[in-house]
Design a protein around this ligand. Structure first.
Ligand code: NAD
Length: 372
């Protein structure tokens, strides 16, 4: 990889390599953008086959966080950290505390959180060295499991889709197919059933499906048939890449709105959905509830405020559809554009402050109305 060329192309501000031989730490932190605020993004622990693979992953994921925070109206930038190692074998207090000290050395530029391969216990070790970590245990002012908030936010996004498509937000009047009833999927089914909706579910784990059927009254379908149900809304809550060449022609739904990350195998499949007349709620905007929830930790955690913040996903998804109309583009592209427009606008108003500061230093100090 031509590192600087790639950073230039992807727009990253900074990439830091942390190495601590005595604890075995090898970690890369990528700060994509701090235009809107400190870069917040999880710490992923994975046994990457090569360092190049780890670097590629952290660059891709950190850029995604910039867009997610921007489209969600948060005053946060995008960043991510990858820790090279096996989460089953290579964890220790020393490892995470060494990482905590390194993260602390970045000042307010990067804030970490849980991600694939890391847990609240790992965040607690980091917290012993720096307060630039969220998703810590409740005893430290943390917010606990983010999944109920992600599910609640997904429901708000679904309502925005219903409003768009049918002119109402009566969730119970429609039927839903939920792929994956893990942490988020299970909570989402609960919320949908509470509204009286008919819900089809599937999962690799049969016992999870059975639990949703027994506890919540959902209807089980085989994994291979989840795309073929006649549910009006398909809610992917498992893996990424499931909107692709094979599935788009099969879908019988009118809306795709779920919590899974990276649902489109590639952007062209987002456009293909629109061409088939299927409304798509861009994944990183509808599943931002977990991020919004941990962001509240930075101001002193309050569960009620967190739910209020997550409710804004309804408006965020509505704004994306409005912008798609304004510019005649598919919704996946409108989400990117909304994020970019916000970053650009805030970046622009930041400029005079920087200039004023420079002017002050050079003794010219022009007064900018309202800037103080
Ligand atoms: P999870 O691991 O708890 O649940 C995923 C479920 O999907 C599991 O039960 C798994 O068995 C099932 N699954 C996997 N492959 C499947 C397949 N091919 N068909 C059917 N089921 C399958 O994960 P989660 O925390 O519920 O997250 C679900 C999705 O939402 C992921 O894509 C995740 O990245 C995304 N997401 C989660 C959060 C959060 O707060 N947890 C926030 C944002 C995005």
């Amino acid at each position: 990889m031509q590192v600087f060329e790639t950073l230039e192309d992807m727009g990253h501000e900074e990439v830091v390599f942390f190495n601590s031989p005595c604890s075995g730490l090898k970690c890369i932190v990528a700060i994509h953008s701090t235009v809107l605020g400190p870069a917040l993004g999880g710490l992923r622990m994975w046994p990457y086959a090569t360092e190049g693979e780890a670097l590629k992953d952290v660059l891709r994921l950190s850029r995604g966080m910039t867009y997610k925070a921007a489209v969600s109206g948060l005053n946060l930038g995008g960043g991510k950290a990858v820790l090279i190692g096996d989460p089953e074998k290579d964890k220790s207090e020393a490892l995470f505390r060494a990482l905590g000290r390194f993260i602390g050395s970045l000042g307010n530029r990067y804030i970490t959180a849980e991600d694939v391969g890391t847990t609240v216990h790992d965040m607690d070790y980091i917290f012993q060295e720096t307060d630039r970590v969220v998703g810590v245990h409740k005893v430290h002012g943390g917010s606990g499991d983010p999944s109920p908030f992600t599910a609640y936010g997904t429901l708000q996004g679904i309502k925005a889709c219903l409003e768009r498509r049918y002119g109402h937000t009566n969730v119970g009047e429609l039927s839903y197919a939920v792929q994956g009833v893990g942490s988020v999927g299970h909570h989402l089914v609960k919320l949908l059933r509470k509204e009286g909706a008919k819900v089809f579910v599937t999962d690799i784990h049969g016992e999870r499906v059975q639990q949703t059927v027994d506890e919540l009254g959902a209807e089980a379908v085989p994994m291979s048939q989840i795309y073929d149900t006649d549910a009006k809304v398909f809610a992917p809550c498992a893996l990424g890449g499931i909107i692709n060449e094979d599935t788009v022609p099969r879908l019988r739904c009118e809306i795709v709105a779920g919590a899974a990350n990276n649902q489109l195998e590639s952007e062209e499949w987002g456009t293909a959905l629109e061409k088939r007349g299927i409304l798509y709620a861009p994944d990183y905007a509808i599943n931002a509830g977990g991020l919004m929830n941990v962001a509240i930790e930075l101001q002193g955690y309050d569960k009620e405020r967190a739910y209020l913040a997550v409710s804004s996903i309804f408006n965020n998804i509505r704004n994306i559809f409005n912008l798609a109309d304004r510019d005649g583009i598919p919704s996946w592209q409108a989400a990117d554009r909304l994020a970019e427009e916000r970053i650009h606008a805030i970046g622009k108003i930041k400029m005079p402050y920087t200039k004023r500061f420079k002017d002050r230093l050079s003794g010219r100090s022009p007064h900018i109305a309202g800037a103080d």
